[in-house]
Write a protein that binds this ligand. Structure first.
Ligand code: KG4
Ligand code: ZN
Length: 384
């Protein structure tokens, strides 16, 4: 998309709903989940419906963008109607319609944004545009509304592994990020090498539960030294780990045997978890902020949740890891971020466009040399 209108310069006061106890319908279609949720104006999630396309993409080993867009078209209206039904609310109860504007797959985003625009136009209600990453970040407060507003947030998903300090509404500082693969990408690529199907993260998580995390010592990317031209000491890298697994399997093909997979996957997973826990502690120590949230699809990982909880208890850190249904892509998180946009009165114009490559507004980079990385559209994607 060439132009990227974000939320507009709109009125200073929130647009008024004719209904005192209004609702916001939120739509998410940035990748391979078609999702809709309804939230009330106090922030209570009234429904959260997700239709996954995993079965569609699994035979290809990654998301096929064209198929993703088609599946969204087929599903979006029934998913939105179901979200309304489950929230016991009708179209006329809505105060606004929120939607993920980007980043994500261009065709997939287009479906959600056009659907939301049509709803907003027909209902004469404000359109609210949400950055997908801000949605993931907002999920930190969904189950813990009293979680501190000044916090370190680790976003670990299929396209992102980013550490932010969040200090106030729409105020973010980038503390560190992956310099190559995202954590979810590392899980998905490893699963592909092992023939475990797509998405790889949940498959590895399941298998690893029966394995020994110390069976094989895979390399951990050490903390880089902070460089003069802005590299962050909190950056991570996962491409070496992926290559190391590739060579390990070439040299020890017997480890692909079914009975060895639990030890192999547990060891591989441990290498990712070790690095994420290390950088999260590093960020807390570097900022002096003792509240930490871990969000995004990879935060559904059972080992990561356990290790983060143990670390937080040990270090006296207040931790928020959302319930699993709020970790992987969902519209409840879009509703939460959309509600903040609504309260700020940032209504978008109806000619706003989706944006596959959408930076977070209000982001202060830790260094100028690292812009926020977005998912790269390729023919088939391992969720990047
Ligand atoms: O947040 P998300 O649903 O979509 C993106 O914004 O990318 O994250 C998807 C990623 C995939 O890479 C998937 O393999 C990973 O999250 N994932 C997991 C688990 N569940 C999903 N990774 C490890 N363990 C899991 N249990
Ligand atoms: Zn996501």
């Amino acid at each position: 998309m060439s132009s990227r209108p974000t939320a507009s310069t709109a009125p200073a006061t929130p647009p008024q709903s004719p209904h005192a106890d209004g609702r916001i319908l939120a739509i998410e279609s940035s990748c391979d989940e078609t999702a809709a949720a309804v939230v009330d104006l106090q922030g209570t999630i009234l429904s959260n419906v997700v239709a996954s396309q995993h079965d569609t993409h699994a035979p290809f080993g990654g998301v096929v963008p064209e198929l993703a867009a088609r599946r969204h078209i087929e599903a979006i209206d029934s998913i939105a109607q179901r979200a309304l039904r489950e929230a016991h609310c009708s179209w006329k109860d809505l105060s606004a319609v929120a939607v993920t504007q980007g980043p994500g797959l261009a065709g997939a985003l287009l479906v959600g944004v056009n659907y939301a625009k049509a709803c907003a136009y027909a209902l004469k209600r404000p359109l609210l545009l949400v950055n997908h990453l801000e949605g993931h970040i907002a999920s930190a407060w969904l189950a813990q509304p009293d979680f501190p507003r000044d916090a370190v947030v680790l976003v670990v998903s299929g396209g992102h592994t980013h550490l932010y300090r969040v200090h106030g509404p729409s105020k973010y500082t980038l503390l560190g990020r992956t310099v190559d693969d995202a954590a979810g990408e590392a899980f998905d690529k490893a699963a592909k090498l092992l023939g475990l199907g797509y998405p790889g993260g949940p498959a590895i998580d399941r298998l690893a539960r029966g394995g020994r995390p110390d069976a094989i010592r895979f390399p951990r990317a050490r903390r880089p030294a902070r460089t003069a031209n802005g590299g962050s000491s909190l950056n991570v890298s996962f491409s070496g780990l992926k290559t190391s697994l590739l060579y390990f399997l070439r040299d020890h093909p017997e480890w692909k045997m079914v009975d060895r997979l639990p030890d192999l996957t547990a060891s591989f997973q441990e290498a990712i978890v070790d690095v994420l826990v290390d950088r999260a502690v590093g960020a807390v120590k570097q900022t002096g902020v003792s509240a930490l949230a871990v969000v995004g699809g990879v935060s559904a990982n059972s080992r990561l949740r356990t290790r983060m909880t143990e670390m937080a208890t040990r270090e006296g850190i207040r931790l928020s890891v959302p319930p699993v249904s709020f970790c992987t892509d969902n519209a409840a998180m879009v509703a939460a971020a959309g509600l903040a946009t609504f309260r700020a009165g940032r209504q978008a114009p109806l000619d706003a466009e989706s944006a596959a490559d959408l930076p977070i507004a209000g982001l202060t980079p830790a260094s100028t040399s690292h812009a926020t990385r977005t998912r790269r559209p390729t023919a088939t994607q391992t969720r990047s």
